[in-house]
Design a protein around this ligand. Sequence first.
Ligand code: ZN
Ligand code: ZN
Length: 112
Amino acid sequence: MSYGIRKDFYHSKVWNQVRKNIWLKQNLLCNRCGLPVYVDGLSDYLPKEKRRIGIVHHKIYLDNENVYDDNIALNEDNLEGICLTCHNQEHFRTNGTRNNYMFDDGGNLICK
Ligand SMILES: [Zn+2]
Ligand SMILES: [Zn+2]
């Protein structure tokens, strides 16, 4: 099963750091619709009802091989911080499977 490997990737310190960098660069705003997103530890000021889930999306989708390629998996040029709504649109437009989702330690929905 490759699932465990990917899970390790999303739980890694380096991914967490890269993910936070993306959100800080984007000022915690969705790159597509421009609405503020909630990122654990970064946007606690947001009132609960305004907390949209923020997801760092891989423009080149991750798979079992390129997850090991830092130029894809950790390259900020391949990453885009977007809200759950926009993320759904992205993935349902291409392949409407929910298998692309999982939760990280902070309970955030993230993209495989
Ligand atoms: Zn959005
Ligand atoms: Zn995605």
